[in-house]
Write a protein that binds this ligand. Structure first.
Ligand code: 5GP
Ligand code: ZN
Length: 134
């Protein structure tokens, strides 16, 4: 897609530090500089979010995420990863091209990658009735 920064990275119009690439997926370094090893895995075709992603593309994307995660732990000196995704504006997605954040972790690194929620506004049973797949 013409105005999409990640599409520009995928086609090479905008430079990136490529970590892994195959026919369907690219994994590259996030420029945020917020945490060591922050990477983004993206499908090569322009897909906005999880909601628009077909099963095959999702499969390829997650295959690549696993490959890079395995590499981080086997050869990159890490022992864990956080995998994060925001799908939709309400979820905090800032770049509208589907991506999984990969954050390599080491025991005792002190990184707090887990969201701090303020506490549920509704009873669990009530929400369960609304969201469960019937
Ligand atoms: P989101 O907020 O949509 O989940 O994450 C978007 C991510 O894309 C952010 O972590 C941001 O740092 C990253 N990002 C935005 N623009 C660029 C760019 O031009 N190059 C790279 N490598 N990362 C980017
Ligand atoms: Zn795109």
């Amino acid at each position: 897609m013409k105005d999409c920064i990640f599409c520009k990275i995928i086609c090479g119009e905008v430079p990136s530090m490529k970590v892994y690439e195959d026919e369907h997926t690219l994994v590259f370094m996030d420029i945020a500089g917020d945490v060591d090893g922050h990477m983004l895995a993206v499908p090569k075709k322009h897909i906005r979010s999880i909601f628009d992603c077909d099963a095959e593309t999702l499969h390829h994307l997650m295959d690549a995420v696993k490959r890079v995660s395995d590499h981080c732990t086997e050869k990159g000196g890490c022992d864990g990863v956080n995998l994060l995704n925001a799908s939709g504006e309400s979820a905090g997605q800032s770049v509208p091209h589907f991506h999984i954040h990969i954050i390599p972790r080491k025991k005792g690194d002190g990184i707090d990658a887990w969201p701090h929620f303020a506490g549920a506004a509704h009873d669990i049973a009530e929400t369960y009735e609304q969201i469960r797949v019937k």
